[in-house]
Write a protein that binds this ligand. Structure first.
Ligand SMILES: Nc1ncnc2c1ncn2[C@@H]1O[C@H](COP(=O)(O)OP(=O)(O)OP(=O)(O)O)[C@@H](O)[C@H]1O
Length: 363
């Protein structure tokens, strides 16, 4: 099946600097993709190019196989079948909720009143239909904005940090409701965010962006568990990093040897472990647990501090082997006293091994 939105080799320069570099991806009908990356990496610019309010220096944009930008073709924004939702969405203050939702549907459109009523019902705003925007809370205004953007049945919805103006609890609810409505409409969604948790919650596919490029694309599970590099891994959580030097495709660490094929002798590697993947074991008169094939060796550390975070505890260790600090997250309550010696180990299939950035890699 033809993707709903297909972007190929999209490039945009400002003053000689490539802000969007060779960006390609596709989104199917009913799919939610999140463009995720730090501030300034080119997310909003990409969205503006797709919306048609800015033009690329290179690349193609297609909607249902029809060229929007390709060769000499430049389809204007209003003819692209694209709906927009931004953080500073503005409802028309002098129009009622129902009139705001109906705004995008020309008078005389068959089924106009039914469409407005149906959307108000779906976003739970039927009883507010006659109110004006200033009589609504932020969350209610957001629901109206969603209904208004959906009224003309856009084939694609572009959303730029649409939930960032809402407080945390409300944001979770509105996100989930928005997702349900968009899925029911079968709209292809491209959502821009700099928050990994928002992307994990919303996306079928995450497009991880950095310095104008998409560095990795995949389902949230894949991106979280198989990051392409250390920076991609660190974008999603705090990371413990153990440094190693390679000899004969192996690096020796206090946690045992690690295989590092493709890194030349003398090369440096980073072994990264998320805090929730460190396993803690007790000290038995100066000895730790025995090594296992799945976990490697245990290394000893001394508790520096332990904090209760609500659903988990965060324990910081000063490691015997090099004096570095490693952080472990433990579900619920685990608050050992500072100075307690404990042993750490981790499952080999839960850590990431990357050659240090900027080093040559042997093919
Ligand atoms: N019209 C413009 N002229 C010159 N530079 C621009 C223009 N628009 C954007 N830029 C630059 O392009 C880069 C990417 O901007 P963009 O707004 O796409 O990033 P972003 O990832 O959406 O960031 P944020 O999350 O902060 O909104 C920035 O360095 C920005 O300063």
């Amino acid at each position: 099946m033809e993707p709903r939105l297909e972007v190929g080799g999209l490039t945009r320069r400002f003053g000689g600097r490539e802000v969007v570099r060779d960006v390609s991806f596709a989104i199917a009908a009913g799919q939610v993709s999140c463009l995720l990356g730090p501030s300034g990496c080119g997310k909003s610019t990409t969205l503006r190019l797709i919306a048609g309010v800015d033009l690329p220096d290179g690349g193609t944009i297609r909607v249902d196989g029809r060229p929007m930008v390709e060769g000499a073709v430049r389809v204007p924004p209003e003819k692209r079948g694209i709906g927009l939702m931004f953080q500073d969405f503005a409802l028309f203050p002098h129009l009622t909720v129902a009139q705001n939702v109906g705004f995008g549907l020309p008078k005389g459109t068959p089924g106009r009143a039914e469409r407005v009523a149906d959307l108000l019902e779906r976003v739970g705003m039927t009883r507010h239909a006659g109110k004006h925007p200033h009589e609504l809370s932020g969350g209610e205004q957001q629901r109206v904005a969603l209904a208004r953007a959906l009224a003309p049945r856009p084939r694609i919805m572009l959303m730029d940090e649409p939930f960032s103006g809402l407080d945390d609890r409300l944001r979770d609810d509105i996100r989930d409701e928005t997702l349900a409505v968009l899925k029911a409409e079968g709209t292809a969604v491209l959502l821009v965010t700099h928050e990994p948790t928002e992307a994990m919650r919303m996306a079928d596919e995450i497009l991880l962006m950095r310095d104008g490029r998409i560095v990795q694309a995949g389902a949230p599970y894949t991106i979280y568990n198989n990051p392409v590099d250390l920076r991609a891994a660190a974008f999603f959580s705090d990371l413990n990093v153990i440094r190693g030097r390679v000899e004969g495709a192996l690096t020796e660490t206090a946690f045992g040897p690690f295989l590092v094929p493709g890194v030349p002798d003398g090369g440096e590697v980073d072994i990264a472990i998320r805090p929730q993947h460190l396993k803690i074991d007790f000290d038995r008169a100066g000895k730790g647990p025995l090594p296992t094939p799945s976990h490697g060796d245990a290394a000893r550390g001394v508790v520096e501090r332990a904090r209760f975070m609500g659903s988990e505890s965060l324990v910081e260790f000063r490691m015997d082997f090099d004096g570095s600090v490693l952080r472990a997250k433990v579900p619920w309550v685990f608050l050992p006293k500072p100075g307690t010696p404990l042993w750490l180990m981790f499952r080999r299939d839960r850590c990431f091994v990357f050659p240090r950035e900027g080093q040559p890699r042997v093919a």
